[in-house]
Design a protein around this ligand. Sequence first.
Ligand code: NAP
Ligand code: MG
Length: 396
Amino acid sequence: MVTPLVEMDGDEMTRILWKMIKDELILPYIDLKTEYYDLGLEHRNETDDQVTVDSAEAAKKYGVAVKCATITPNAARMTEYNLKEMWKSPNGTIRAALDGTVFRAPILIKGIIPYVSNWSKPITIARHAYGDVYKNVEIKVPGAGKAELVYTGADGTQIRETIHEFKGPGIIQGIHNTDKSITSFAKACFNYALDTKQDLWFATKDTISKKYDHNFKDIFQEIYDAEYKDRFEAAGIEYFYTLIDDAVARVIRSEGGFIWACKNYDGDVMSDMVATAYGDLSMMTSVLVSPDGIYEYEAAHGTVQRHYYKYLKGEETSTNSIATIFAWTGALRKRGELDGIRELVEYADKMERACIKTVEDGRMTKSLALISTCKNPVILNSLEFIQAIRSTFDSL
Ligand code: NAP
Ligand code: MG
């Protein structure tokens, strides 16, 4: 390696897996260079969360990061970790710093059959992570009266629309988005489609929402025509826009193998539907891509708290490390591509094949055995599974 990866360590069971993965699957094969940031909750608390900000800055500097799952503090964690403050979600902090879009894709394995039987390739969901109903303002209307939408420009000029003349109680909601954020989202999606050579689908409800949703459609189209059309054609991929209800129907009938860009709420709902339909949360990968091409790889699942408490009691755990391994291979492959190190790309490809083959050969963790069609699966504990992947890797 020439350039270091930004390594963001995390919490609980995934922190335990993190070390096992490095010891068993990475360090024996790679002259690993990383700049290490400990985003474990204790260290975030000690540094007043400065370490999260620093790690995001490092990602901007080097371009590629790999992140372990981390605890987002809530009231229970305040006492459990004796926190000075209820620190914000590290993922939120990093996403804001990189202005990124999150892409989530399932890892497909023979024997784990999606509920939608024609989905033979992964569907990657790209969720816009800013605004709309997640930054809303709401009023519970007490009774008769007029609700208005008012914009006051910096120079004082106003735009005014009547929302509704209420005759009795009701509800109203104000939502917003910015052209800047939509532009970043669009660019991240177009770049990622080129990067992974997959078609890009995007859908909104622009027939009903003639200004709000239409603005999303227009920005995507303008950027596509101006900056990406030629490159998409050269790569043999397509940008496809349709209405959200039509998209849902087409997604179900499709064989997969494309990126589905979703507005914030659509992405929230559809990513859980797609993940569940493909089988298991522990088989979802996640990558944050910034509009200027910074990549942060992680597993989509959390810190697997319940397994960690068993581990602390000395009980055996059978936690699936595949999504975390794919975070490492994704980051190492990208580093290899950027720095022109073919061996790093080959290592990543081979390690991913080793993960898949191990499960397809019938050796897996408990949650996979529950959904696999494999006849007599051998259920391994957390470490044994990683060691089984290592022996598969050595045999390839
Ligand atoms: P979780 O860690 O994703 O786990 C939820 C359940 O899903 C687990 O209890 C387990 O089910 C199953 N599961 C998830 N990953 C698995 C794996 N790799 N192998 C086997 N089973 C797996 O979610 P959570 O328990 O709700 O959250 C725990 C912590 O993670 C929270 O503090 C939350 O803030 C944090 N979190 C972080 C991120 C992130 O950093 N990106 C994302 C989500 C949540 P069984 O217990 O039934 O076996
Ligand atoms: Mg959700």
